[in-house]
Design a protein around this ligand. Sequence first.
Ligand code: GDP
Ligand code: GDP
Ligand code: MG
Length: 382
Amino acid sequence: MGLFNKFFSLFKRKKEDKSSTKDTENLEKDNLKEETTLSKELKKDTEQNLKIKPEPEPEPEPEPERKGLFNNIFSKKKKETLNKGLKKSNKSFFSKLNKLISGKSKIDASVLDNLEEVLISSDVGVATTLKIIDKIEARVSEEKYSNLNELNILLKAEIASLLIQDENELNLADDSFKNKPHVIMVVGVNGVGKTTTIGKLANKYKKLGLSVVIGAADTFRAAAIDQLVTWANRVDVPIVKQNMGSDPASVAFDTLNYAKNKNADIVLIDTAGRLHNKVNLMNELSKIKRVMDKVIDNAPHDVMLVLDGSTGQNAFIQAKEFTNATEVTSLAITKLDGTAKGGVVIGISDEFKIPVKYIGVGEALEDLQEFNKLEFIDSFFD
Ligand code: GDP
Ligand code: GDP
Ligand code: MG
């Protein structure tokens, strides 16, 4: 199938998705029921194989003891929460995978072709999908894999090798935490979950005993400021704000000065996502960054792009726009509780080579998790 056809069928599928959510839900339910003995066998087999076979991709995790405070934020999170949060994603990907395998006896061209469609329809993205297929194809021919039971293992390994684990984790426990305050500027288009994510992050950091300051640099709508104030009150952290319509750079400037004077640990800066024009976006973000750097050296230390994981190709487009406009250093992917397609996490992390730091799995304060690629892949498959 050519690339063009793929795009075409992708968009066609998108349309159908929208027009019949009910049908899709039913289909997914049906697919789940179809979890036949074969798939259960496959699961068991996979687990066994995973134990016996050394993975080609060396995975140092799980670390027996996590290093810094920040690594511990979500380490208490039970895996069930992640599974629950990603439930819809699992259902979809795993059932599609099973459907693809049922009735086949070996990994052949038609299986790979179908796999391609499953990955693309799970929002993994065309470029990453083709990369995965190429690698699987190569390994199947070189290593003489043909057993379908091994497909899961191969897939997991390839996906793991594509996902970037965050190497620059903020570590407050030792000297690597040099920036005080550590400034995180949160960017992304309207509605993706920036403000909510800031509220959740403030809560996490505060629970660690860190002093947090929030800056309301989304000055475009009064409601945006009010919403952030509500979160700040709920979490009980100070917020620096000005009136609606004021210069976001000026709010950032005030916030950093306040945080510096209070000797705060963390600053979270909310921004507006309304700028559709790339030049405007670039200018505004550059200006905010320039002004921050005046107050605190090298601030912002992290530019976190928030993407709505349920928007599929839109999330890719937004990632492209924002990475062109500014240097994005981390990703938070939200609303994975509300999507049947978690593949966007895999595709975006691979295509843009930016680590996914957090995932949002609901609207509540606790519904933010530190991203762990192996747990994520397990949830995606199991
Ligand atoms: P912003 O415009 O980027 O600041 O987005 P908001 O933080 O205002 O969020 C927009 C909507 O998405 C709100 O209704 C949030 O409650 C919702 N939201 C944010 N994160 C998540 C998530 O992880 N899961 C779900 N289900 N909803 C979310
Ligand atoms: P430009 O002249 O519009 O390019 O703005 P700047 O980059 O100099 O700063 C943008 C905004 O940040 C200004 O409108 C100010 O509100 C604020 N700002 C920057 N530098 C200072 C400063 O030294 N003192 C104060 N009070 N505000 C500043
Ligand atoms: Mg907002």
